[in-house]
Ligand binder design. Structure first.
Ligand code: CA
Length: 235
């Protein structure tokens, strides 16, 4: 099973990169190593690894920025952040980067392989759950056409703007998870925070109105008072 599994290691310290590469390769994974943060997104545009081991401190684009950008563009790729300090992990968790796991340096190669296996097992189970067949079985009230940037309800295009589509997509990827306005803003605008939280509210309001027009009897996007919003169709 591991033979077909492609991993990307992003690590600027050659010794550590080689150690991880050797160990994972000897466990049957196909491994590519990149040493500079700026190389990652161009590489991902042409390859689809199952998992990325992502160092936090990198030359060029840093690991935190990369993690957010990868999450936005390639949500199916599992990410394990690698950090030099144990104390960093709490801070990283607080940042809600969406990484699947964290490894602290110095680590044993055996630990890396164990984490990689565990994360892959989890993400493969999730992928099976959210496969198109499963979604159809569950009769999702709204479905997304990723290529056309369209959201459909009962086969009808909801006519969402790009921002509304992105908001809906982010929330639909984690049903039941409550997103703060700030987290939603992070997904909508990558570079800077020129928008206010009210802007998020106004986009959500329009999004909900369009959904309600198509599905009058259902509440799909719920507001959680004082916290934010979540996607939760049933109940
Ligand atoms: Ca580093």
């Amino acid at each position: 099973m591991t033979q077909d599994t492609t991993l990307l290691i992003v690590e600027d310290e050659p010794k550590i990169a080689r150690l991880m590469d050797d160990y994972l390769t000897s466990h049957g994974y196909r491994v590519t190593t990149l040493g500079h943060g700026d190389e990652v997104l161009p590489w991902l545009a042409e390859h689809s690894p199952e998992l990325i081991l992502l160092d936090v401190m990198l030359p060029g684009k840093d690991g935190l920025t990369l993690c957010r950008e990868i999450r936005n563009t390639w949500p199916a790729i599992a990410i394990i952040m690698v950090t030099a300090k144990v104390e960093e992990v709490d801070r990283l968790l607080g940042l809600e980067l969406g990484a699947d796991d964290y490894i602290c340096k110095p680590f044993s190669p055996r630990e890396v392989v164990a984490r990689v296996k565990a994360v892959l097992r989890r993400s493969q189970a999730l992928a099976e759950q959210s496969s198109p067949n499963h979604q159809r079985d569950a009769a999702a009230p709204v479905t997304l056409d990723e290529d056309g940037w369209q959201a459909l309800a009962n086969g009808q295009d909801l006519g969402l703007t790009a921002v509304e589509f992105q908001l809906l997509r982010v929330m639909m990827q984690s049903p039941g998870r409550i997103f703060s306005r700030e987290q939603l803003m992070d997904h909508m605008y990558r570079d800077n925070r020129i928008v206010s939280e009210r802007t998020v509210d106004s986009h959500i309001k329009k999004l909900r109105k369009k959904i309600t027009e198509a599905l009058p009897e259902q509440e799909i996007i719920r507001s959680v008072y004082g916290v934010g919003y979540k996607y939760q169709p049933e109940g």
